[in-house]
Design a protein around this ligand. Structure first.
Ligand code: ADP
Length: 496
């Protein structure tokens, strides 16, 4: 029997899973690590702690499974995206804490670059909206603020990487300084059309070429693990950012196939084929993966507040004691009684992009109850997703069915509401750990544990399909009421 080891380095924990060749999970391990908040708006991780927890999980699953290391044919990595590490090539020691994707310290710098008129140039090359979220300004910040870093970087003594690069550097005993194209595409320094670092953007952000990793395929043997780590070397053969890996794990391998991940927020991606689709509706145009030199592309939209709204119903409002209880509470009423919840707690993401929008609960009457609020909250998650699907269709990539994963997809009522408001079937797979499965698939394909894509498709199976049941009139009325509520929520915190 062949096995594939998949590492899932997330924002709050490191995880590892061992899969057999039928894509069954044999062993799993997880370790949380500290979140560091040095100042308001700053979020850091200790990169050494990331490595320590990740390698501990990897060793644990191999030991607990009893599988001989020689039968582990490949290792795949998926990771929190954009988080930025700068380390010393000689010692492997980071120069500072990693700056996490959520960190807003470089927002001013982005404003300044926007004021100089560079946003359109950046969008054209990278497919991204100029924002502090991506790695470019985080890396520039480290080069500017760690003493001596800029001079050392120019001399070639330092290495930059997103978390995939950082882990592979250590897994390979310092032999490989690489990143896969899906991670490179999130740096805001990478030309997604030509598939190479963008020299003009490197100059704009003042990044020396000498710090950059080599960009490699997402499914290919790029090196092997240092023999001391697991007793024998394992081929490092799959790499992708978390949303790209989840898209692969959902077997969304053809144009028009889409997945939505419902966690704290939502991440919706749709496969757009072998050329990037520029968005007219403020979605991100990004790389899915590259295999045998062939790049596939995605449109991506994110929603800031989804599962976090259910947490707020529990912790802020106290109308449920646990997240799953929201389903029974919402099911007590046949509809939300025209109550609409706009969960713009942290502004609104795609396609609205309003940093000043704030949460709005509107349409309340004397008859409104906690059940109506619970139902309106589930509707809000579904309606935000429907807005993304409309934007994606307007960009020319209509979606015929939506594959779903993430913690909220256990909620059947939400899944039915999603099918009803979007007017497309919603498909929940048996295996909902799609991110880590995607990393395993990418690695296993590279070493022929799975000989072709058909073999992956056969290991993906639906648990349940939620067909749209509501009428078009109902859907239009729901969406019109939602749009009206979104208008009321917009611009609220603009200081006026
Ligand atoms: P993340 O990876 O972002 O931490 P998960 O995929 O683990 O998120 O999903 C957890 C989120 O899903 C939480 O925000 C929680 O409120 C929500 N959630 C969990 N179970 C349910 C449920 N049955 N109904 C609605 N929301 C749920």
């Amino acid at each position: 029997m062949n096995y594939v080891l998949a590492l899932d380095q997330g924002t709050t924990s490191s995880r590892a899973m061992l899969f057999d060749e039928t894509a069954r999970v044999i062993a799993t391990a997880q370790q949380e690590f500290p979140q560091i908040f040095p100042r308001p708006g700053w979020v850091e991780h200790d990169a050494e702690e990331i490595w320590r927890t990740q390698i501990a999980c990897a060793r644990q699953v191999i030991n607990e499974s009893g599988v001989p290391v020689a039968n582990v044919r490949a290792l795949g990595i998926t990771n929190q995206r954009e988080t930025t590490v700068l380390w010393d090539r000689k010692t492997g020691v980071p120069l500072a804490n990693a700056i996490v994707w959520q960190d807003r310290r470089t927002a001013d710098k982005c404003d300044a670059i926007r004021a100089q008129g560079h946003a359109e140039r950046i969008r054209k090359s990278t497919g991204l909206e100029l924002d502090a979220y991506f790695s470019a300004t985080k890396l520039a910040w480290l080069l500017d603020h760690v003493e001596g870093a800029r001079a050392r970087a120019a001399r070639g003594e330092l290495a930059f990487g997103t978390i995939d690069s950082w882990l592979i550097w250590h897994l390979s005993g310092g032999a490989c300084h690489v990143t896969d194209i899906s991670n490179a595409a999130r740096t805001m320094l990478f030309d997604i059309h030509r598939g190479e670092w963008d020299a003009e953007l490197l100059a704009l952000f003042d990044i020396p070429v000498a710090v950059l990793p080599d960009v490699v395929d997402s499914s290919a043997v790029v090196g092997e693990t240092d023999a001391t780590l697991f007793g024998e070397p394992i081929a490092i053969a799959g790499i992708a950012g978390d949303q790209q890996a989840a898209t692969f794990g959902q077997a969304c391998l053809k144009p028009g196939m889409a997945k939505n991940t419902y966690g704290t927020g939502c991440f919706l991606t749709v496969h757009t084929g072998e050329a990037p689709v520029p968005s007219q509706h403020r979605l991100l145009s990004t790389v899915a993966w590259r295999r045998n030199g062939q790049t596939d592309y995605l449109l991506e939209g994110s929603i800031f507040t989804a599962g976090a709204l259910i947490q707020w119903l529990r912790d802020g409002l106290g109308i449920i004691r646990s997240a799953p209880e929201v389903e029974a509470l919402a099911a007590q009423v046949p509809d939300s009684g025209e109550v609409v919840m706009v969960p713009a707690f942290a502004g609104m993401g795609a396609p609205h992009w309003d940093a000043y929008a704030r949460g709005t609960l509107i349409g309340l009457t004397r008859g409104s109850t906690a059940a109506h609020i619970a139902r309106a909250s589930l509707e809000a998650v579904a309606l935000q997703t429907a807005d993304l699907l409309t934007a994606i269709a307007a960009d020319g990539a209509p979606v015929k069915e939506l594959r779903v994963d993430g913690g909220m997809t256990r909620n059947d009522l939400l899944m039915q509401l999603q099918a009803d408001v979007a007017g497309v079937p919603v498909v929940r797979p048996e295996m909902t750990e799609t991110t880590v499965l995607g990393a395993a698939f990418l690695a296993g394909r590279a070493v022929d544990v799975w000989p072709d894509d058909q073999a992956l498709i056969e290991h993906w199976s639906a648990d349940r399909v939620f067909e749209p049941q509501a009428s078009a009139d109902w859907r239009e009325a729901m969406r019109a009421r939602w749009s009206k509520a979104v208008e009321r929520a917009r611009g609220w915190a603009d200081g006026a």
